[in-house]
Design a protein around this ligand. Structure first.
Ligand SMILES: C[S@@+](CC[C@H](N)C(=O)[O-])C[C@H]1O[C@@H](n2cnc3c(N)ncnc32)[C@H](O)[C@@H]1O
Ligand code: SF4
Length: 410
């Protein structure tokens, strides 16, 4: 969840949605994203809406302390129940993200999940994920999460090499993420993800291969690999500007991506979204698929974004402002927009083109169709071999996904 919030129209104090948002809701899955905006230290590259204890001191941090965070978030789940009224849907996916969710006690995360279950009901096969930092879990906490109904855990590994972790300001030691996978398996988690970052300044081809090998060797059923983005306003961006460390290189990113595809495919993982590989269709992250396919989700917590039936809204960013709104019985929503049909068409193309299933050609206008024919001729798109009428990125197209999609939305 990036930290910058768009402008928009105000959200009513009671959070009420226009009636149009709930039309046909029964036919769409409903997910919950629960944001935990706390980290022990801030990684130099990270732009997410998260706060260290020092950053919160004297800024309403008492109202929004970690100790009462679960209670506060549960207030928003109750608000969601009121706003969604008699919407009969059970929740099909829950994703607890951060920040570092596992800085809270595992029992707090379970109570937040219990609140979703008690208030909405969880589908019998619900996928329930938490993100976790490798240094912030132990076997006991993983066991509590599993017993409490979590089905999936996603660890931020980033790299297997100490000098790369140092540039990223990560505090865990090499080897710890792999141990976390074993601990999660022992606790009964069938689904485990490792997040990797490639293209960190100073990372060599050999470092990247070592990270992929270490991740694969740990045996997760899902691996995400993200190109390092140098976000404005971060410590990493300042260090690069000062010349302390070199800028990342796009060509190097492309080379690293090709290595990832090669190594992960050889190890039995298949891409299903540009940055995501799964060991089997069952191992895909259904919650992320729900985002990418424009389904409904309620994002609870400071700065969290929600989308229900073409209405998108986002909460106030600061935990203090968030706590104050809920304490006064107001929605923490900071702004919203009602998407037009054209907004939704463009959004579908932007998100679905990044998927292995590709984008239906029926979404493209005449200029987009012309661009898709050019992309096909240039080897950037292929007609999906499995589904008539859809276009899918080729491997080369995946390297240039942003540019391809820009032409298709015309
Ligand atoms: C925001 S973190 C939250 C999970 C957890 N706190 C952690 O760090 O592992 C989710 C993932 O986003 C990715 N990420 C965050 N900032 C990034 C950036 N600037 N460039 C690339 N990937 C980034 C990292 O791989 C990270 O594991
Ligand atoms: S631990 Fe995760 S969320 Fe926290 S600052 Fe680092 S990358 Fe961002």
């Amino acid at each position: 969840m990036p930290s910058a919030l768009p402008d928009g129209e105000p959200v009513p104090a009671d959070g009420a949605l226009p009636a149009s948002a709930l039309a046909g809701a029964a036919d769409r899955p409903l997910g919950f994203y629960l944001h935990v905006p706390y980290c022990a230290t801030r990684c130099g590259y990270c732009d997410f809406n998260t706060y260290t204890a020092t950053e919160l001191r004297g800024t309403g941090g008492v109202l929004a302390s970690r100790d009462n965070y679960a209670e506060m978030l549960i207030e928003e789940i109750r608000l969601a129940r009121k706003v969604l009224g008699d919407d009969p849907r059970q929740v099909s996916t829950v994703f607890v993200g951060g920040g570092t969710p596992t800085l809270l006690a595992a029992g707090d995360l379970v109570r937040m999940l219990d609140a979703v279950r008690d208030t909405f009901g969880l589908a019998p096969d619900a996928e329930v994920t938490t993100e976790a930092n490798p240094e912030s879990v132990d076997p006991a906490c993983l066991a509590t999460l599993r017993e409490g109904g979590f089905t999936r855990v996603s660890f931020g590994m980033q790299s297997a090499r100490q000098h790369v972790l140092r540039i990223l300001d990560r505090t865990h030691t090499p080897g710890r993420p792999e141990a976390c996978v074993a601990e999660a398996r022992a606790a009964g988690f069938e689904h485990v993800n490792l997040d990797l970052i490639y293209g960190t300044p100073g990372e060599s081809d050999d470092d990247w291969r070592a990270s992929l090998d270490a991740a694969i060797g740990a045996g997760p059923d899902h691996i995400s690999a993200y190109a390092l983005i140098v976000e404005e306003g971060t410590r990493l961006a300042r260090r690069i500007r000062r010349g302390e460390i070199p800028m990342t290189d796009d060509d190097e990113h492309a080379d690293r991506y090709l290595v990832a595809e090669d190594v992960l495919t050889a190890a039995g993982y298949t891409w299903y979204e540009v940055s995501n590989w799964a060991a089997s269709p069952d191992a895909r992250c259904r919650h992320n698929e729900l985002y990418w396919r424009g389904a409904d989700w309620w994002g609870a917590g400071p700065g969290a974004h929600s989308h229900v039936g073409g209405v998108r809204w986002w909460n106030v960013k600061h935990p203090g402002a968030y706590a104050a709104a809920l304490a006064q019985g107001r929605s923490p929503g900071a702004g919203r927009e009602v998407l037009t049909d054209e907004d939704r068409r463009v959004e579908r193309i932007l998100l679905e083109l990044r998927l292995r299933d590709g984008v239906p050609l029926s979404l493209l206008r005449s200029e987009g169709l012309a661009a898709s024919r050019r992309a096909l001729a240039d080897g950037l798109l292929e007609p999906d071999p499995y589904q008539e009428g859809r276009a899918v990125l080729t491997l080369r197209g995946r390297l240039l996904a942003d540019a391809v999609v820009r032409d298709l939305v015309d």
